[in-house]
Design a protein around this ligand. Structure first.
Ligand code: NDP
Length: 257
């Protein structure tokens, strides 16, 4: 892509600015309950079909990352193709499979929430794609034996599988045409209310480790800024809604949070 190149130091400043923005608004995110799913409420404007919202919200990151990765000037190597493939593994599922599988009949999401998600995804897709497409130093084949890469891949897959299996358990709660909410049991639900979010955070921790760069660290931090407040909201909601909710269960991190 013949776009004007952003110098490395300017790019790094943009990423740091993006991280600082997240840190600054984190207290606000903590105090506002994201109004979708069980926390849906009136007053957030126009609504859109939930399934469609998920597709529209998540697709931009897939498109923009692919565009910058494939069309920009940096030579691609086996290592960067692996980075690309792992990112695609998550997002092809998130955009094309997850929204079609959720049991979300009749549910809607505020367009404003979807719009915020689109902005978040565009920014992250741009930062990571531009980095690998334009600015990242070459990764030699020896990176595949680096302990950061190996540990990162293990964490990534552990997180991916945890996220997938936990989301599946939640979907199973509405098998047989059931609607509404139930207490999930089994797997990591024994210890925490939101193992799907725990898995997602683990996955991007692995990705930040295996790619070892600022844009993927920024993406991990933003995932934490989004999911910690949502996990705390879910956990409070479970305890308030179900008097028999397992008392020892934590919100997001087994035995800790
Ligand atoms: P939730 O856990 O709120 O919901 C997941 C699905 O399961 C929804 O369809 C929900 O229905 C259903 N569900 C949840 N709990 C129950 C229950 N107790 N009984 C019956 N059904 C239930 O996750 P999110 O919708 O917030 O997120 C979905 C995925 O997206 C997750 O994998 C998450 O990790 C990821 N995500 C990633 C973010 C990031 O920053 N990287 C940000 C947000 C999400 P309903 O919609 O009706 O509540």
């Amino acid at each position: 892509m013949e776009a004007q190149m952003i110098p490395l130091h300017t790019f790094n400043l943009i990423v740091i600015g993006w991280i600082l923005t997240g840190l600054i608004i984190f207290p606000a995110i903590l105090s506002i309950t994201a109004p979708y799913g069980r926390h849906t409420k009136k007053g957030w404007g126009l609504l859109i079909n939930n399934r469609l919202a998920w597709i529209l919200m998540e697709a931009p990151v897939l498109l923009i990352f692919t565009l910058f990765f494939l069309l920009d000037s940096n030579p691609r190597s086996l290592v960067t193709w692996i980075f690309f493939a792992l990112f695609m593994l998550h997002y092809v599922h998130r955009v094309f499979i997850f929204p079609l599988r959720i049991r979300t009949k009749g549910k809607k999401m505020p367009v404003s929430v979807m719009f915020m998600g689109v902005c978040f995804n565009l920014m992250n897709g741009f930062l990571i794609g531009y980095w690998f497409g334009h600015l990242s130093p070459p990764y030699s084949i020896s990176w595949l034996y680096d302990p950061r890469f190996i540990a990162g891949v293990i964490l990534f897959f552990a997180g991916f599988i945890t996220n997938l299996c936990s989301d599946q358990k939640l979907m199973d709660l509405r098998k047989g045409g059931r609607t509404g909410y139930y207490i999930p049991y089994g797997g990591l639900f024994r210890y925490i209310s939101c193992p799907n979010f725990f898995g997602e955070i683990l996955e991007w921790t692995g990705y930040a480790l295996l790619t070892w760069c600022l844009p993927t660290l920024s993406f991990l931090l933003w995932t934490i800024f989004n999911l910690v407040p949502r996990a705390l909201d879910h956990h409070r909601w479970y305890k308030k809604t179900f008097p028999d909710y397992p008392a020892g269960r934590k919100a997001l991190i087994p035995f800790i949070l």
